[in-house]
Ligand binder design. Sequence first.
Ligand code: SF4
Length: 183
Amino acid sequence: MKAWITFLRGFVLKVYYPFLMFLGAFLKSKKTYFQAYIIQLNNSLVMKSNYHINKILLLLPHCIQNSKCDVRLTFDVFKCKRCGMCKIKDLIELAEKSKIAISIATGGTIARKVVKEEKPDAIIAVACERDLSSGIVDTYPLPVLGILNERPHGPCIDTTVNLEKVKDAVQWFMKNSQQGKNQ
Ligand code: SF4
């Protein structure tokens, strides 16, 4: 079952996704919809299997930090002063409580670097449709649950995320990693 799910994810991410992006180059208004569809499809496939997980990484986009905050978090999210002006405070607390790793990435290159350094067994990633779909493709075959950010002020500035969705993803991996260890 697990091998089939990995194969299916590979097909979706390495064949179907590029095909949809090719279509999206002509149907520009549909591109974001296609990316969101791939994220959803990936998540449902990831959730059809169990995993051997020792380390979960919560990967966040830089735009979730309050734009007025002058603390530099790129290389150490724990420098956050936890003032509560953005969701970083709650996300750090969630990561500490759940004993999972947490990082902020300013773009795809940094995100790849973080994944290479942290060597997680599973990732919970928050980002926009474009960054999330391409990040999930880049990190395959690692299991990634993607959560779309919310953009009340438009793209790339003062974005936020539904904390409950992040909590659910953390709990899902924790529950299924225990089962995975018994396989
Ligand atoms: S919670 Fe942290 S990252 Fe957000 S504004 Fe306050 S100090 Fe900056």
